[in-house]
Design a protein around this ligand. Structure first.
Ligand SMILES: [Zn+2]
Length: 164
């Protein structure tokens, strides 16, 4: 979860590619029309709602002000109602989007990478939001930050090059 949203599935220490190579391509699942048109041409992809660029676009729509997600996040902490609305909306759609993954895969862990993953509330309110939408009476799935921090994607790309 950064500028865009992507995903991958690891089973028994191996990444799963799928028949068409799109396994785990979560960012372009449909989530809600209000996200608008995605760069991929579809409407309301996960990415349009919970990526950094999607959140910045939403805030711009509310205020007419171009701010980075970090600025919006800081504003939400200092009482800016529209910044808070932007972060609250992220939390709600995070729950809706991740609950679908858990319903299908019921994974042992979900690791959230990227700049949006630095928003603390994802691991508190965000988890509550997932719990609200998942098809179960409880939620045991750990939702955690990557041990490699924001560089996890780069390490992954290097690893793929090394093994292929
Ligand atoms: Zn898309």
């Amino acid at each position: 979860m950064g500028t865009g949203v992507g995903g991958g599935v690891v089973v028994n220490n191996e990444s799963i590619h799928g028949l068409q190579g799109i396994a785990g391509e979560w960012g372009h699942n449909f989530l809600h029309e209000s996200g608008g048109t995605c760069y991929c041409g579809r409407l309301g992809c996960v990415e349009t709602l919970i990526s950094g660029s999607g959140l910045e676009r939403f805030y711009f729509g509310l205020t007419g002000q171009k701010k980075s997600l970090i600025e919006i996040y800081k504003l939400s902490k200092s009482g800016d109602a529209r910044a808070k609305q932007t972060i609250d909306r992220l939390i709600d759609y995070f729950g809706k989007a991740l609950s679908v993954i858990i319903n299908i895969l019921d994974p042992d862990v979900i690791v959230i990478g990227g700049g949006v993953g630095n928003i603390e509330e994802l691991y508190t309110d965000g988890v509550s939001s997932v719990r609200k939408y998942v098809f179960n009476t409880r939620l045991d799935t750990p939702i955690v930050r990557p041990k490699l921090g924001d560089s996890a994607g780069v390490f992954g790309a290097a690893f793929l090059t090394a093994v292929n």
